[in-house]
Design a protein around this ligand. Structure first.
Ligand SMILES: [Zn+2]
Length: 84
């Protein structure tokens, strides 16, 4: 009987360990996913959600991202140059 209880305890510990490990993996995926979506603006270097940035491919491999503030400042600069 003691042997059976011992085996049952070991099985329970193994099941608990599997679920605990699985939970850790899920937690890591959850915490790493939002970070993966953050993309650095090429001009100001701040991180934004990818959907908020304008993406431009220059050449074959180079991808550049621009945030709204940088685009606005570029546009303002462009307008100022036109007036001069
Ligand atoms: Zn920017």
């Amino acid at each position: 009987m003691v042997g059976l209880i011992g085996i049952a305890v070991i099985v329970l510990i193994v099941i608990f360990a599997i679920f605990y490990g699985y939970g850790l993996i899920l937690k890591q995926e959850r915490s790493s996913n939002p970070f993966n979506l953050k993309v650095k603006c090429t001009l100001c270097g701040r991180f934004f959600d990818k959907e908020n940035l304008v993406e431009r491919a220059i050449g074959i491999e180079k991808l550049y991202y621009f945030c709204g503030d940088c685009i606005k400042s570029l546009y303002t600069e462009h307008l100022n140059k036109k007036q001069n």
